[in-house]
Ligand binder design. Structure first.
Ligand code: IPE
Length: 277
């Protein structure tokens, strides 16, 4: 008897790949509002060359979003002060500025990207995505376009506003569209048994199950004081629901040439592959 495949929520014929361009890769994290344009150009080249049929790109905030979000305490929610409200719009504006650089560079490399501001179609509830319409994204994927999104300052039904990380967005999109894989780029080779930015020689983890990841989660502490979305620990927690849903997630070093290309193509690459089992 012919087996009927269950309809995926997305109804897409090809499973998409969800790529996260980390803020630490596309900006100089220690220099406020400074993009790393050579890195953005190189990544655009790699994405163009990989020619992935269904691709969603999400980028992080780096020294744009995080700097502003921290200055105005956006993640703490709206305290009713006019200056903080202006900070909310400034944080979003900083993300638009960074997004424009990514968008222009990707278009220059003939990648048919369409940027969509997450704050225009997502409302969170206590920091979690609660209300989101996937229809425009689905339509874009249907016609072969590449939706480009980013971590953003968004409205929150409990807190007034908050910061939505690119990682939460990545996991949510990957689950909804039943992604083939998630590729997350950071400025490290992948996961280690301890923070590689601290003294010592932690072991590199090339493969990891969900169980091992949860154990590791308690060990990894972030060193980055300018990250309002929880650094590496926050990243891992956000990605867990997608891994639980069975989506293989590869963490690679986006600052090193060809790693993203290889990861997108499914070629052997230095990185941490996290799978459910
Ligand atoms: C943060 O997004 C967005 C803002 C601060 C507005 P991410 O948390 O995904 O950014 P990176 O990749 O860690 O810089």
């Amino acid at each position: 008897m012919k087996r009927v495949k269950p309809m995926k929520a997305s109804g897409l014929s090809i499973k998409p790949t969800v790529l996260k361009l980390g803020g630490s890769v596309i900006t100089h994290k220690d220099k406020p509002l400074k993009a790393n344009l050579p890195a953005i150009r190189r990544l655009a080249e790699e994405i163009a060359e990989a020619k992935i049929p269904q691709l969603i790109v999400v980028h992080g905030g780096g020294s744009f979003g995080h700097t502003m979000a921290k200055e105005y305490a956006i993640k703490e929610g709206f305290r009713g002060e006019a200056s903080q409200l202006l900070g909310f719009t400034k944080t979003h504006q900083a993300m638009i500025t960074l997004n424009n650089m990514v968008l222009e560079t990707l278009i220059q490399h003939n990648i048919p990207v369409m940027a969509i501001a997450p704050s225009s179609f997502i409302i969170s509830k206590s920091d979690r995505i609660a209300n989101m319409t996937y229809k425009p994204l689905k339509r874009l994927l249907d016609i072969g376009a590449v939706p480009l999104l980013y971590g953003d300052a968004v409205l929150d039904s409990d807190k007034g506003f908050t910061i939505l990380s690119g990682d939460q967005l990545v996991a949510s999109l990957a689950i909804y569209f039943d992604a083939r894989r998630i590729v997350v780029s950071i400025d490290e080779d992948g996961l280690f048994t301890a923070d590689p930015k601290k003294p010592g020689r932690p072991d590199f983890i090339s493969k990891c199950t969900l169980r091992k990841l949860r154990k590791l989660q308690r060990q990894i502490k972030s060193t980055n004081t300018c990250d309002v979305t929880g650094g590496m620990q926050g990243k891992i927690s956000e990605l867990i629901p997608a891994i639980e849903a069975g989506i293989p997630t590869l963490i690679v070093n986006g600052t090193i040439s060809r790693r993203i290309y290889k990861a997108l193509k499914g070629e052997k690459v230095t990185g941490t592959l996290i799978q459910k089992e």
